[in-house]
Unconditional design. Structure first.
Length: 291
């Protein structure tokens, strides 16, 4: 399945919202979803609906080049002076708007409250809790939902059903990840799963060494957190896929094991996202997870 806005299968409700907004632009839009929901394809689709023939070179489409207050100010000053096709909407694309600091978000809020005539913002975020609530309140909010399973199967009708099931379970049904799982053996998702598989094969002492020796003593704390996040993500995918596989096989003994593992990993995944102590999370992971 090629990664573009024409083939990416959207959930019918998401598609309905996108089409409705594109056909009647009123104000700005805030598109939110999980990291795996491929917000970039959503933006591509929306722009293609608004400017189907000229999306790559239309003078009314702008992308914020970087997440900084200066870049935002420079863009807005440029837009005030820049000539554009006034009979058509002008689109300002800001991907990952949660990366803007508080000062920049407040500047963005001011522009949303007092927009330049004919100008609409398209904002995206996979961490909407880090975005000012007042920004979201000034936009139409579109929440990405997973496509229906039948649409995934239609897009991958040439794949073996068993392999497709495994890929679907491991990727939680998000198409862009599923494509990576099936077509890119060295992709990030395969690296995460490899970390998880190696971890599950180790004894307790070796598990602790595996985690804490993942970075050198001189490495920054964020390197340790990055490794731990990849490991937990891999374990999340393994435990989820294994649980669903055991349910399909009606293997009650293994269902209970993988259900317990999935609940543990999911809890620790949430703890890490909430920035709790990563070393305590790593310790709990080693002590609690079954092999």
């Amino acid at each position: 399945m090629p990664n573009n806005s024409n083939s990416y299968p959207f959930h019918p409700r998401t598609l309905e919202f996108l089409k409705a907004y594109a056909s009647n632009l009123r104000g700005s839009v805030f598109i939110q979803g999980f990291t795996d929901s491929n917000l970039s394809s959503t933006v591509d689709y929306l722009i293609n609906e608004i400017y189907p023939l000229e999306k790559d070179q239309h003078p009314n489409i702008y992308h914020l080049p970087e997440s900084s207050i200066q870049a935002l100010r420079n863009m807005m000053q440029h837009l005030i002076k820049a000539a554009f096709v006034s009979s058509q909407p002008r689109l300002i694309i800001i991907d990952n708007c949660h990366q803007l600091n508080l000062v920049a978000q407040n500047a963005l809020l001011k522009n949303l409250e007092e927009p330049i005539s004919g100008t609409h913002f398209i904002l995206t975020s996979d961490q909407p809790h880090q975005v000012l609530a007042t920004i979201k309140s000034r936009c139409q909010v579109i929440t990405m939902r997973k496509p229906l399973k039948r649409d995934i199967w239609l897009n991958w009708s040439d794949q073996d059903n068993r392999i497709l099931n495994q890929a679907y379970w491991a990727t939680d049904g998000w198409p862009i990840l599923l494509e990576s799982y099936l077509q890119e053996p060295n992709s990030l998702i395969h690296q995460e799963i490899a970390l998880g598989k190696k971890f599950l094969q180790l004894k307790l002492a070796d598990k602790l060494h595996y985690i804490f020796a993942s970075t050198t003593k001189s490495a920054k704390d964020e390197d340790f957190v990055k490794f731990l996040k990849s490991l937990i993500q891999g374990l999340y995918r393994i435990s989820r896929a294994s649980l669903l596989s055991m349910i399909q096989q009606q293997n009650m003994e293994k269902i209970l094991i993988w259900q317990n593992n999935f609940l543990i990993v999911n809890t620790l995944k949430t703890d890490l996202e909430n920035q709790l102590n990563p070393k305590i999370i790593a310790l709990n992971l080693s002590l609690k997870l079954s092999t």
